[in-house]
Design a protein around this ligand. Structure first.
Ligand code: GLN
Length: 201
């Protein structure tokens, strides 16, 4: 399958960080602000930010229906954090979400986990006022379960995390998503990082 570019929804939130991760993998990118920008995409990322604001802007710019249409026509979508809330709220994936499930901004934290489907190496995880996925339908594959909640899930068309791979030096989730979209991705190394200092980079 020949695919073209991966778009990043550019209304609010962590847009540049997703673009940088895709570009580090040599994936052509574009920003998506209007429905016309969805044409010909090989994949779409809905970034983290603030879901209420994001959904309001998606409504104002008439983007929800066009994205649903492209999704039903085969567009793969990756949501991170607030992006996952958007995907859940609009029926892209059958999951239930508990917003701000860890508390407020000061309860944000980082961690790491091995997620075999994504990478053989541990993946750094950054949770910022994160939601929890508290239920997943039978067609949803759970990639990472932590205690009573799920942190990363997928279906054939959707990849969704409650954490922010784009705010870490790891390219593993973006590589996996690009492959899901049909891109041939070489094994570029992750951004240089030291697990004790990477948040300063
Ligand atoms: N708590 C935010 C919300 O409900 C999500 C935070 C994030 O995307 N980092 O939208």
């Amino acid at each position: 399958m020949v695919t073209k570019v991966i778009g990043v929804l550019d209304l609010q939130g962590g847009v540049q960080e997703h673009l940088a991760h895709l570009q580090a993998l040599s994936i052509p990118t574009k920003t998506v602000k209007l429905a016309k920008d969805l044409k010909g995409l090989g994949g779409l990322i809905i970034p983290g930010g603030e879901s209420t604001c994001l959904m309001r802007l998606m409504h104002v710019f008439n983007l929800i229906e066009p994205i649903l249409q492209e999704y039903h026509a085969g567009l793969k979508i990756f949501g991170t954090c607030a992006g996952t809330i958007v995907l859940s709220s609009h029926g892209f994936i059958d999951i239930d979400i508990k917003k701000n499930a860890f508390g407020g901004q000061l309860d944000s934290f980082s961690s790491e986990a091995v997620i075999p489907e994504i990478s053989s190496k541990p993946i750094p995880l950054t949770f910022i006022r994160a939601p929890q996925i508290v239920r997943a339908g039978s067609e949803v594959t759970v990639l990472l379960r932590i205690n009573h909640y799920m942190a990363a899930v997928e279906t054939s068309g959707i990849l969704a995390t409650i954490f922010h791979p784009e705010l870490t030096p790891s390219l593993a989730f973006h590589r996996y998503f690009a492959q899901k979209c049909g891109f041939l991705v070489s094994d570029e190394e992750d951004f240089e990082w030291n697990r004790h200092t990477w948040m300063n980079h």
